[in-house]
Design a protein around this ligand. Structure first.
Ligand SMILES: Cc1cc2nc3c(=O)[nH]c(=O)nc-3n(C[C@H](O)[C@H](O)[C@H](O)COP(=O)(O)OP(=O)(O)OC[C@H]3O[C@@H](n4cnc5c(N)ncnc54)[C@H](O)[C@@H]3O)c2cc1C
Length: 463
């Protein structure tokens, strides 16, 4: 018999970040009763320590660059400085408005009971929060991730920091070493450079944003070189020491770099320790929760979504997985999510946006002679000329088959990934896309031009 204090729901969700709250909202629409348990702030990493605040910083950085470069456009303006208090108040304002909106939406949704507090599994379908038990006919694990470090690298929050500390910094440092040239590392490097900081990225892999198509990495590296963002690739970290004024990083082989701050951006680990997952039979691998393609864990009626599930750690993947699991529980038999079809954007200057397979992966999968690519240079795109941005749109197709990858580099390319993901996910052929016009002058024309060229009917380029 249950205690009077206890409650039973169709779904109990542990964690109110992108994955958890999306599942709650969709489940409520489907008339399922939900307990959504959150120990911090609704919205999780993405809203409070991830996507939104970093993109606000990147926008402030863009304004700084535009002011600095205004004379190129015949506009006289002078960049006097960066007022971090002002930048932070703008950034925090955006976060707080979105947070209020989300809180309003969730609390006004019939069927969702928001539970504030830290939860822990105490049975295979029971979560305990402050002594009260929430039983779910189904359970969704959505506890998210944290910024990882490396052995021998102790984050002190002062000189050796993670993205959480970087987002709360009340000053513009004079110099920063960014350890890790993945998405988070290059985004912060980009912001700081625009704010006038001397930046050096140290990356163990042979190129920046190594998960992207090689041509995109090379274009980003060229652009960063031009912006005087220093980077060292293929250089594993060896040790770090604190100096009188900051930090000294030693790279394997003995080379050293010194700076005021070290940002550790070496990836994010799953937040699953001491939550009772393993004790109640949930199969794990190095802290990640293992699921099948329908996001079912090894325990019946227990699902997992978001950053704790191996794969891309992106907010919109969390949303999609949350919606999927809610529909699965409601018996709607949703289509399995194609991880390759999840759009990816790096919001540095320049931006990188992609969906589908890289050229190398497509060749691995289909055979080198079966893959065709076209790289349309933004030099031929009117709007990109107006913006004074450079880069390209590269489309990867299977010979006589659909588009299997789109890779873009340049200012504002993130906005084009919406169309690119439709092309990939609808398995469009270049000839089908080539029939559809793009407004002139927009950067989306570059996407159209690349497809026209692959379809054998280029307009402003040679096939
Ligand atoms: C600096 C940075 C920039 C990023 N930029 C982007 C971007 O531009 N675009 C993008 O798509 N993604 C971005 N991400 C990634 C994105 O933030 C994550 O993929 C996303 O937040 C994952 O959602 P989630 O629901 O799995 O986890 P989270 O958002 O981490 O949410 C998990 C929630 O669970 C709660 N929780 C944990 N344990 C418990 C417990 N025991 N009891 C109750 N509650 C608990 C936490 O408080 C948290 O609110 C970025 C991440 C970082 C760090």
């Amino acid at each position: 018999m249950s205690e009077p204090n206890d409650a039973t729901f169709d779904i109990v969700i542990l964690g109110g970040g992108s994955g958890g709250y999306a599942a709650a909202l969709r489940a409520a629409q489907l008339d399922l009763s939900v307990a959504l348990i959150e120990k911090g702030k609704l919205g999780g990493t993405c809203l409070h320590n991830g996507c939104i605040p970093t993109k606000a910083l990147l926008h402030a950085a863009e304004i700084a660059d535009q002011t600095r470069e205004s004379e190129q456009f015949g506009v006289k303006a002078e960049l006097v400085g960066i007022d971090m208090a002002g930048v932070n108040s703008y950034k925090d304002g955006v976060v707080s408005r979105l947070h209020k909106g989300l809180q309003g939406l969730v609390s006004s949704t019939k069927n969702i009971t928001l539970v504030a507090g830290a939860g822990k599994l105490v049975g295979s379908n029971v979560v305990e929060v402050d002594g009260k038990r929430y039983t779910g006919r189904n359970l969704i694990l959505a506890s998210g991730s944290y910024a990882k470090s490396l052995p021998g690298l102790e984050v002190d929050g002062e000189r050796i920091i993670t993205s959480d500390h970087a987002l709360a910094l009340d000053r513009v440092p004079s110099s920063v070493i960014v350890l890790g040239g993945g998405v988070i590392g290059v985004e912060f490097a980009s912001v700081w450079k625009s704010f006038g900081v001397d930046v050096t990225i140290v990356e163990a892999l042979p190129r920046l944003v190594a998960a992207e198509d090689e041509e995109s990495s090379k274009a980003l590296e060229r652009a960063f070189r031009k912006r005087k963002i220093n980077f060292k690739v293929g250089k594993p970290f060896e040790k770090v020491e604190k100096t009188e004024k900051g930090v000294k990083l030693t790279i394997q082989g003995g080379e050293t770099v010194e700076a005021e701050l070290l940002l550790v951006a070496v990836g994010r680990g799953p937040n699953t320790a001491n939550l009772g997952y393993e004790e109640h039979g949930v199969k794990m691998d190095r802290g990640y929760v293992l699921t099948d393609e329908r996001l079912r864990t090894s325990v019946p009626n227990v699902y997992a979504v978001g950053d704790i599930v191996p794969g891309l750690q992106l907010a919109h993947r969390g949303f999609q997985q949350g919606i999927f699991v809610a529909e699965e529980i409601a018996g709607q038999n949703p289509a399995v999510i194609d991880e390759v079809g999840i759009p990816r954007v790096t919001y540095s200057d320049p931006e990188l946006a992609s969906v589908g397979l890289t050229e190398a992966k497509a060749k691995e999968q289909y055979g080198a002679d079966k893959v065709k690519t076209y790289n349309y240079n933004l030099g031929g795109n009117g709007k990109s000329q107006i913006l004074k941005t450079t880069g390209f749109v590269k489309v990867v197709r299977v010979d006589d088959g659909p588009v299997v990858g789109v890779h873009m580099v340049g200012a504002r390319m993130g906005e084009l990934v919406g169309e690119a993901q439709l092309i990939y996910n609808w398995e469009a052929y270049p000839a089908e896309v080539a029939q559809l016009l793009h407004a002139h002058p927009t950067q989306s024309e570059a996407l159209g031009e690349a497809h026209m060229a692959l379809a054998g009917k280029p307009l402003h380029s040679h096939a």
